[in-house]
Design a protein around this ligand. Sequence first.
Ligand code: SAM
Length: 192
Amino acid sequence: MITSVRLAHLLLKECIHNGDIVIDATAGNGYDTLFLSDCVGDAGTVIAIDIQAEAINATRQVMELHQRSNALYILGDHAAMNDALKEYEGNIAGISFNLGYLPGAIDHTIITKSSSTISALNACLTLLHEQGCISVIAYRGHDHGLEEAHAVEQWMHALPSQEWHVVSISAINQSTTSPVVYFARKKSLRPQ
Ligand SMILES: C[S@@+](CC[C@H](N)C(=O)[O-])C[C@H]1O[C@@H](n2cnc3c(N)ncnc32)[C@H](O)[C@@H]1O
């Protein structure tokens, strides 16, 4: 089965290369960070952000288990990533969001929220370089998830078509609450 995570990874792999600097804006249990780490290789860097210490610890553990040492870890709100990552402005190849709560956590109240997700998406605009990309997996089946997916969709929809390619992918023969992948890639400034 092609899961939303697999789809997001396939799209991210298209625009991330060896040596790139990328961001996992919702590190969680570290599986997306590990995937991104493999994409950028030892010459690249993954900046893994999560608002929960439990998630940052889990991500560190997964990376250590796989003997990966190409990540920086930030415990904090991705809505503030512009301030935290000023030195990387215009140098980021890809940014991944896998929304919702930490799978396996007891506390499901720590969850991504529309307002901070949109602030983080706005931060992406200055962090990404030419042809950089943003991937967002939104889960429409939990409280607030549908509202958050709508907010992300509106944000993606408003990206100027001269500057961005934007797609959304979701199953069309499943429940309307199944996950949706939003993917935006900055166009090249050079004539093709
Ligand atoms: C679905 S999980 C991410 C899954 C993860 N990428 C993985 O591979 O396991 C969503 C994560 O977003 C985090 N999160 C929620 N709000 C956040 C925020 N404002 N800033 C940063 N992380 C946040 C949660 O703590 C949770 O770990």
